[in-house]
Structure formats: C-alpha cells, structure tokens
Write a protein that binds this ligand. Structure first.
Ligand code: ADP
Length: 164
C-alpha cells in the first residue's frame, strides 16, 4: 500500500492546494493530507475548521483515496510511524525550491527510506498562497476564484479575518 503525505498549514486551503491534492492522489494508494500544527505562524483558522474545509473541498474534485490528519512534531517521525514512504510538496517558484531543498535533504537524513516528490504548480496557481489570501481578506478584498467555493462561502458567511 503506497501511502504519501502532503503536509502544510492550509490556513486556508486554496485552489493551489486542491490542485496538488488531486494530482498527488493519482500517484499513490492513499494520500494523507496533514495539517501541521507546530508552525510559528498563528493560524487564522482552527484545526477543526481547516479539516472541515479541506474535506468539503474534496467533494469538488471527487477523489476518495484521501485521509485528513493533523500532527505536530517532526514530519520524518510522523511519516515513519505511519508507514508513509513519500512526502509531496508543491513548487510555485524558485523561492519554494530554495526553501524546500534543505528540508528534503534533512528528511532523508532523518528517515533514510523517505522520498520527496515535488509537483510543479499550475501556472494559474503559481501566485497563490494562504498568506496572500489572508492579506486580501484583511482588507476585505475579493477572494472568489482563488479558494474553493466552500472555503469562499465559509469565509463570507462567518466574516472571517475581515479587518482583524
Ligand atoms: P502556503 O505556502 O500557501 O502558506 P502551505 O504551508 O499550506 O501553504 O503549503 C503546503 C504545501 O503546498 C507546500 O508544499 C506549498 O509549496 C504548497 N503550495 C501552497 N500553495 C500552492 C500553490 N498555489 N500551488 C502549488 N503548491 C502550493
């Protein structure tokens, strides 16, 4: 059973994330989408909200071989403990590449059978990031079309992030 991990903060999930999930799910039997909770950034969305938003967004792409989890601690440890052989990361630009390479080397050092697969983002998603979404939300700008429709609706209905 080939189990891959796609980790991130998903705060919130964007169309860029959804595209990577769709493509990565075809490369393995189970894709574990992992919400990493030990980031230095203070999240805008709770873990429960992020899980619910990812789960709902998955309906849009109709893939079923996905598990959603959250964890803190070392990625390599989580992967080893859960029989995950490969981590998937999205590459938008050379800055992603520069920050991802040392992580890939370090993960391999910590867990020698662990592989990293980079998926190059689609051109139309290459400028999309969760932090850009939050910045637009802060100034009450329009994020429709940048995040899955259910995420957009949730943000609008709950007045999330607006001028906070
Ligand atoms: P962000 O960088 O948007 O805050 P995350 O920390 O949740 O997002 O990123 C999780 C993974 O998804 C990383 O590998 C990141 O490079 C990738 N990713 C984020 N946004 C995109 C996008 N628009 N297209 C492709 N990959 C992306």
């Amino acid at each position: 059973m080939k189990k891959f991990l796609y980790p991130g903060s998903f705060d919130p999930m964007t169309y860029g994330h959804l595209d990577i999930i769709k493509r990565a799910s075809k490369l393995c039997d189970i894709l574990v989408v992992g919400i990493v909770t030990n980031s230095n950034k203070k999240p805008l969305f709770s873990v429960e909200e992020r899980k619910m938003l990812i789960l709902d967004a998955l309906k849009e792409i109709g893939v079923e071989n996905i598990e959603i989890v959250d964890f803190s601690g070392l990625l390599a440890d989580y992967a080893r403990d859960n029989n995950i052989t490969c981590v998937v990361r999205g590459l938008r630009d050379t800055m992603d590449f520069t920050s991802e390479m040392p992580r890939a080397f370090m993960n391999k050092h910590l867990y020698e059978n662990f592989e990293t697969v980079f998926l190059v983002s689609n051109l139309e998603h290459s400028y999309l990031s969760s932090s850009a979404i939050k910045e637009i939300m802060y100034f009450n700008g329009n994020i429709q079309g940048l995040v899955p429709e259910n995420v957009y609706r949730y943000i609008v209905d709950n007045n999330k992030g607006v001028n906070k």
